[in-house]
Design a protein around this ligand. Structure first.
Ligand code: SF4
Length: 296
């Protein structure tokens, strides 16, 4: 029998930057679970439910007895769907039993925050919730509708604004290629517009991919034509050109990307654009990942 204090229902996902965090599931799966590009929680054992509160609190106590923890990631797909009171209890117990914890973070769906006020989010921030990862995917309403995201430009912006007002650091993901060839331009332009309004602290891009096949995705997007590698770069170029960010850490270093980009926007905008231009104009000279290097 495993002696690790937390019982996981596999698979469990976390952002790359949470590699050294204690992953603490407070829910199982994703309460929405309808985005047609997402296969994270499609297995039956990942059907959404809140985990038993007593079990979670017991796991926090037992982790506190056995290890020194500095970062905690609340799993699964949208821990912030839980009521504020319940989240506060979890955060208070983390603080009590793991006093070295400096940061608690979680994924966040914009819909999780519709009924939460800025004051409630401030309470959560004061109790230790320092960072939220938001899969905006796109700022274009047509793309969002085609992939059944269940969100819009406005709903995503509203959530990002609330988090900002509460002092919670925002890390936003945009999916490169999500609109296919037909919607690529407006996907890039409207995603940049959304980011310009929201001014997130972190922004990353991932390349859309379908390791389990495209059938589910094509139900809502029958005429989807995937972008080839060069078109993916062109879309990133359009996005970067339109971004007017003041102080945002930008990353496209997820395993799905062909071209690794890292910088701070706006100061590194022209350097990043120069890298993308080189990948478009002279791919043989650019440091690109080969297909086998992309860990999908
Ligand atoms: S909200 Fe996130 S976790 Fe849930 S189905 Fe969509 S992409 Fe997947």
């Amino acid at each position: 029998m495993s002696t690790f204090p937390i019982s996981y229902i596999e698979p469990v996902f976390r952002p790359p930057s949470e590699a050294h965090s204690l992953i603490l599931p407070v829910t199982n799966g994703c309460s929405w679970n309808r985005c047609t590009f997402c296969e994270m929680y499609v297995q039956p054992q990942k059907k959404f439910r809140a985990r038993d509160e007593e079990q979670v609190l017991e796991e926090i106590r037992r982790c506190g007895e056995r290890m020194i923890v500095q970062r905690v990631f609340l799993a699964d797909g949208d821990a912030l769907v839980l009521p504020t009171r319940r989240l506060l209890t979890i955060l208070e117990q983390i603080r009590k039993h793991m006093p070295d914890v400096e940061r608690v973070s979680s994924y966040c769906l914009p819909r999780n925050l519709r009924k939460k006020s800025v004051e409630e989010l401030k309470e959560l921030a004061d109790a230790g919730l320092k960072m939220a990862y938001i899969g905006a995917e796109s700022g274009d309403d047509e793309v969002l509708a085609r992939v059944n995201k269940g969100e819009t430009y406005e709903s995503t912006l509203s959530a990002l604004d609330k988090l900002r007002q509460a002092g919670i650091t925002r890390s936003v993901m945009i999916l490169n290629g999500l609109g296919g060839t037909a919607l690529s331009e407006k996907h890039a332009v409207n995603s940049a517009r959304l980011m310009n309004q929201a001014q997130p602290e972190y922004l990353s891009t991932l390349v859309v991919s379908f390791p389990g096949g495209e059938a589910r995705f094509r139900e809502g997007f029958a005429d989807f034509e995937a972008l080839d590698r060069q078109a993916l770069f062109a879309e990133i170029q359009t996005l970067l050109e339109a971004l007017e960010l003041k102080d945002t850490v930008f990353r496209s270093d997820h395993a799905s990307n062909y071209l690794v980009l890292k910088g701070v926007l706006g100061q590194d905008k022209s350097a990043l654009l120069a890298q993308v231009r080189q990948a478009i104009e002279s791919p043989e000279r650019a440091p690109l990942r080969q297909e086998w290097q992309r860990g999908l």
